[in-house]
Design a protein around this ligand. Structure first.
Ligand code: UDH
Ligand code: NGS
Length: 361
């Protein structure tokens, strides 16, 4: 009897110890559990703020702001990287010559082009036909300005060919279609001035490429950017037998830095109808002692989409008289006297289209 009573009290003590240990274990687990709940209950605002901040940094990558040029790697106002770029990654400047270039290209206008297909083939574009390289910081911010009216078929080819070329050229660019409203006589140079002014409202562009809608480069080494002198890019057109029609020719596709453009007071606003406005621009440049920079005849080859003369764009009978007086008129007729009304602004995936009323002669 005494022996069994000893054994019993031993078992009893062991059991008590086990129960105590279990209790301790459960208490510790419970404390940790409650503490973990506490964190999210106690600081819901902080969590929300963090979440908001991280989503902001991805969506605000779209480039709609103005620039603090040169201050850091992401030169727009809020220093946001392009969508999809890691904000913590330090980006180098893009090289002078893009390693992505392939050289001569086959350009033809036989098969119809669909805008949907072109959009699908350019998934890295941001709304409005905007792009900037993801792996390096582009050397220039280029607005591409296209004077336009009723040339939708040409525009489809232009977008189809140019977007991939411009991306391979590693440019930070936007495409602006400046559409003349109504059916009064066409004014190419005034539309180009409008493009300059409107593009600058969107982003701190430092370079402007002015391109007819029907001209496609045949070599991606013909970079759509600016140079130390105003640049003529369409130097070797198929329609002229791949040579310049005359030495002073500055039509088709050209580029100018903001500084070069302002030095000549932009372009004339009073060339209504076809011809002469490009010669006037040449005269402006010459009067300011600027020379024309050009790519070689091989790199500068381009094709023009054949077409008939447009309605309301007959040759301007006043053009010869006007180009004879550029030096006297250029200081009062240009970007400093530009007036127009924006009728509509459409931000499509492949371009920004701005419809404008430029008045009449
Ligand atoms: N443009 C339009 N719509 C027009 C007129 C001109 O979009 O109604 C734009 C377009 O970007 C074009 C550029 O302005 O590429 C220059 O127009 P242009 O008429 O000078 O063009 P181009 O030199 O043609 O291409 C001149 C007339 C050719 C007649 C040929 C007859 N076989
Ligand atoms: C010149 C025109 C330019 C024009 C160029 C090429 O004669 O505006 O021909 O025209 N100058 C004058 O008329 C004063 S093109 O063959 O491309 O239609 O750009």
């Amino acid at each position: 009897m005494p022996e069994s009573s000893v054994n019993f009290s031993g078992i009893h003590r062991t059991c008590k110890l086990v129960v105590l240990l279990c209790f301790l274990h459960i208490s510790v687990t419970l404390i940790f559990y409650v503490r973990s709940l506490d964190i999210s209950f106690a600081f819901p605002q902080r969590l929300q703020a963090n979440r908001a901040r991280s989503s902001e940094s991805t969506t605000r990558g779209s480039r709609t702001s103005t620039a603090n040029a040169g201050e850091d790697n992401y030169p727009d106002a809020e220093n946001q990287p392009p969508a999809g770029v890691d904000a913590t990654k330090h980006l180098e400047k893009c090289p002078e010559t893009s390693p992505l270039l392939v050289g001569p290209l086959r350009i033809e206008f036989n098969s119809p082009i669909s805008l949907d297909q072109t959009s699908k083939e350019n998934p890295n574009l941001e709304p409005g036909g905007r792009y900037r390289p993801k792996d390096c910081v582009a050397l220039q911010k280029v607005a591409i300005i296209i004077p336009f009216r009723n040339r939708d078929e040409h525009l489809k080819y232009w977008l189809y060919y140019l977007h991939p070329i411009l991306q391979r050229q590693q440019i930070d660019y936007g495409v602006y279609i400046i559409n003349q409203d109504g059916d009064v006589i066409f004014n190419r140079a005034k539309l180009l001035n409008v493009g300059y002014a409107e593009a600058l409202k969107e982003y701190d562009y430092d370079c402007f490429v002015f391109s007819d809608v029907d001209l496609i480069p045949m070599d991606d080494r013909n970079t759509y950017r600016c140079f130390s002198q105003p640049r003529h890019l369409s130097v070797s057109m198929d329609k002229f037998g791949f040579r310049l029609p005359y030495n002073q020719y500055f039509g088709g596709v050209s580029s100018m830095s903001k500084e070069q453009y302002l030095k000549i007071n932009g372009f004339p606003n009073n060339y209504w109808g076809w011809g002469g406005e490009d010669d006037d621009i040449y005269n402006r440049l010459a009067s300011k002692d600027m020379s024309i920079s050009r790519p070689s005849g091989v790199v500068g080859k381009c094709r023009m989409i054949r077409h008939e003369r447009d309605k309301q764009n007959d040759p301007n009978p006043q053009r010869f008289d006007r180009i004879a007086h550029t030096r006297e008129t250029m200081h009062k007729d240009g970007i400093n006297s530009l007036s127009y009304k924006v009728v509509k602004k459409e931000r499509e995936q492949l371009y920004t289209k701005i419809t404008v009323d430029v008045g009449r002669p």
